[in-house]
Write a protein that binds this ligand. Structure first.
Ligand SMILES: [Zn+2]
Length: 296
């Protein structure tokens, strides 16, 4: 976000160069300064206003390729839209984008878009509420955006404003996705045959040690149905991934894979209930499908 330097004009200038306070801020209006002179940057435009602009004009923000200056509070009804007491002057916040030739034009436009996005958020407005000076009065302003200077059109500018929004939203989405298990999608063959790959995907999904082995199991129909990935032992400790799975499906958490856990998993997944892992198994297929979707 472009930095905003507050350099508010004294109240005597608010009285002489605006309709005073009471702006409900229903719109954000974009202008370009029309001054390509070197040094005609945001600070210079703010200084013009601080020393009582000889022109009977005023605007809230000036923005260039480095920063933005605020000269009037948003609630002031500035004289920028050339529409007298119309909605442009009395219901809008006005942003002047600098076009000084010693500045980076594209960067200034981008900073302008950031500032506009900030103001939309601040006042709970939408992209439809972004106006051109030209929308209020038949003046060719913002002239360079209207002409598509350097290949940047008004539509591109609105996309930049919207892009600020999209970028932030997608950042938020990425952040929340990484903190939920729904982002851990597997890439399993849906063959209905359980083995090391399915075990590892389950371990990743359930957040247990992903070593692709179910440890300390005893022989039964379920464990013997695995193509690979079962480490047999005395069954006193069981397996962490089986415990985590049992917790998820509401089975007794003993860490041992057997007919009861298979039956509960079949009920949980909605596949035929017989407490047996067939070859191939509809239950394992459904498990693999769901692990691929990242949603057990
Ligand atoms: Zn204008």
């Amino acid at each position: 976000m472009v930095n905003i330097i507050k350099q508010l004009v004294p109240s005597s200038i608010v009285n002489k160069r605006s309709y005073g306070y009471g702006n409900p801020v229903n719109y954000i209006t974009v202008h370009q300064t029309g001054n390509a002179n070197k040094g005609a940057d945001a600070e210079a435009h703010a200084n013009i206003q601080s020393k009582l602009n000889p022109r009977e004009a005023s605007w809230h923000y000036s923005v260039d390729d480095k920063e933005s200056y605020q000269s009037f509070e948003d609630e002031v009804k500035c004289w920028a839209a050339t529409d007298g007491q119309g909605p442009g002057n009395t219901q809008s916040v006005h942003v002047e984008i600098c076009i000084n030739s010693d500045g980076d034009y594209e960067k200034a436009v981008k900073n302008g878009a950031e500032l506009v996005k900030h103001l939309l958020d601040k006042h709970n407005l939408s992209l439809n509420d972004v106006k051109q000076h030209h929308d209020w009065y038949n003046k060719n302003c913002p002239a360079q955006l209207r002409a598509g200077k350097d290949g940047i059109t008004w539509g591109d500018f609105l996309n930049m404003v919207e892009g600020e929004k999209t970028a932030e939203v997608s950042k938020t989405q990425v952040k929340s996705a990484t903190t939920t298990k729904s982002s851990t999608k597997a890439n399993l063959d849906v063959d209905g045959i359980p083995g090391e790959e399915t075990i590892e995907a389950l371990q990743v999904y359930l957040g247990t040690t992903a070593d692709s082995y179910i440890s300390d199991q005893v022989h039964n129909q379920a464990t013997d149905a695995f193509a690979s990935g079962i480490n047999f032992g005395n069954g006193k400790k069981g397996s962490l991934v089986v415990k985590a799975l049992q917790k998820l499906i509401g089975a007794t958490q003993d860490g041992l894979l057997g007919p009861n856990t298979v039956g509960m998993l079949q009920k949980y997944l909605g596949t035929p209930y017989d407490k047996v892992i067939s070859d191939p198994s509809a239950m394992v297929k459904e498990l693999q499908r769901r692990l691929n979707k990242g949603n057990l």
